[in-house]
Design a protein around this ligand. Sequence first.
Ligand code: GTP
Ligand code: MG
Length: 119
Amino acid sequence: MTNYKSGFVTLLGRPNVGKSTLINKLIGEKITITSPVAQTTRNKLKGILTTKFGQIIFVDTPGVHKPHHLLGEILVKNAKSAINGVDMVVLVLDSSVEPGKGDEYIKDFLVENKTEFII
Ligand SMILES: Nc1nc2c(ncn2[C@@H]2O[C@H](COP(=O)(O)OP(=O)(O)OP(=O)(O)O)[C@@H](O)[C@H]2O)c(=O)[nH]1
Ligand SMILES: [Mg+2]
């Protein structure tokens, strides 16, 4: 089909800001686990949204935080690596609070890695 587009979109953000919830909402099915507890997502999970115009493959990621142990380090490393090879990165913020240092850190990380992103 002409003009049929497809691409990868990574959602990145601090823990517990609603990345997985947003992906589930966009896709219309609960494909990725959500919970009130931070650091729920532990892998780079993909969910595919198919429409007649195209296909978006959403990449869910663990929340980026300051790690205090090995598991945290691995989660953050996994999340950061998900900016590679995708068409777009979305920085997800919790709109109920002012953006903080953690959000700023992720923004700087994206700028440093010359990654175009939208908020
Ligand atoms: N009030 C409100 N709560 C939300 C919203 N989006 C998500 N939540 C709640 O916030 C909590 C965290 O949501 P998740 O989607 O698991 O957050 P996450 O960013 O994927 O978290 P990690 O995987 O741990 O990084 C859950 O209890 C959700 O129900 C929202 O738009 N409004
Ligand atoms: Mg999650």
